[in-house]
Design a protein around this ligand. Structure first.
Ligand SMILES: Nc1ncnc2c1ncn2[C@@H]1O[C@H](COP(=O)(O)OP(=O)(O)OP(=O)(O)O)[C@@H](O)[C@H]1O
Ligand SMILES: [Mg+2]
Length: 310
């Protein structure tokens, strides 16, 4: 229990340290245009490219076995898969937060805007505009909601007025946070803490948010609400998202493109609309099938892989 609290704090400090170093967002990141090519899976400017990465924990545990993916500017890209598939590990490999977990990228490369960043310090990664919202929310429990939000803007140099305007923007996206702004974060609900974690990331004016499992532990109605807000942040602020999620159903309704991870490998990818209609995805991840099978566990893995690869 004690150990858990300690590591929680360590991760939070690292994340916030990184968040504090984000420079003001360049004007081109604040456009309101929605790229129609994103929904059709056509080519558009690529921000993030992960090429065939391998990740090993504690020098021996091979977790990612050659993961490749790309995140286009202005898109919501979903990284899907069950428990232990490697979603969080992939996000931490991108934001360079693996070292604190004794993990290491041993093969492959991560490029952001064409530059190799897989050796980049986590704080420098944030300076480039990439912020991670950690799984499990990680608010500062003893600070109020508003103080938590302001930590995301701590080192911004664009003045109090710009920060106040962004605080107002966050409250407009999350009216619930406005109501709870004076409450100590530790006493707010899981949904409010998730909103606070996303809001804090927004306060740093990122170009790309790596959002880990926003639906975790939340009631379905709240999950819908939070995904709806993510979608409007994406469309109105031009923020790109890489969204790790077990909840395939909701993620594929809000994302433009999806990758499905299984045991550290991408086993399928495609435009979200196509994945939603794919018979294997329906059967194994959306719980729908013609022959009454309800879980992907009911079918041997090799058979699924054979069908996906054929
Ligand atoms: N610090 C670590 N040390 C050793 N193994 C780890 C560590 N972190 C994760 N793993 C292992 O790596 C694998 C992938 O874990 P990861 O957390 O990336 O999965 P995930 O897809 O995010 O799962 P979940 O949906 O449960 O969050 C799991 O088998 C997990 O046990
Ligand atoms: Mg995870």
């Amino acid at each position: 229990m004690r150990q858990k609290t300690k590591s929680h704090l360590a991760v939070s400090k690292l994340t916030i340290l990184a968040a504090l170093l984000v420079p003001p967002v360049p004007p081109e990141f604040c456009n309101n245009e929605v790229n129609p090519m994103l929904d059709s899976g056509q080519d558009t400017e690529t921000l993030l490219e992960v090429n065939n990465i391998e990740v090993i924990y504690n020098s021996v545990i091979l977790v990612l076995k050659g993961v490749s993916l790309s995140v286009p500017k202005g898109g919501i890209t979903a990284l899907l898969g069950g428990n232990g598939a490697g979603k969080t590990t992939t996000l931490k490999a991108i934001s360079n937060l693996l070292a604190s977990e004794r993990g290491e990228v041993t093969k492959g490369s991560v490029k952001y805007r064409g530059e190799d960043v897989h050796e980049t310090d986590p704080a420098d990664m944030v300076k480039r505009g990439v912020v991670q919202v950690m799984e499990g929310r990680h608010c500062f429990e003893h600070l109020t909601i508003e103080e938590n939000l302001l930590t995301g803007a701590y080192t911004r140099k664009d003045g109090k007025g710009a920060i106040a305007a962004d605080l107002e923007m966050v409250y407009n996206y999350f009216p619930r946070l406005r109501e709870r702004r004076k409450s100590q974060a530790g006493y707010t609900s899981g949904g409010e803490q998730q909103m606070c974690a996303i809001g804090r990331a927004l306060m740093s004016r990122p170009e790309t948010i790596l959002l880990d499992e926003p639906s975790m532990g939340l009631a379905p109605q709240l999950v819908e609400q939070i995904f709806g807000i993510v979608k409007s942040i994406n469309e109105s602020e031009g923020v790109s998202f890489l969204l790790a999620e077990q909840n395939t159903n909701v993620a594929l309704r809000f994302a433009h493109y999806g990758y499905i991870l299984e045991s550290g490998r991408v086993v399928m990818d495609g435009p979200a609309a196509e994945l939603r209609e794919n018979p294997d995805v329906k059967e194994f991840y959306l719980g729908m099938s013609d022959d009454g099978r309800k879980s992907f566990r009911d079918v041997r893995s090799y058979r699924r892989r054979k069908r996906w690869l054929s």
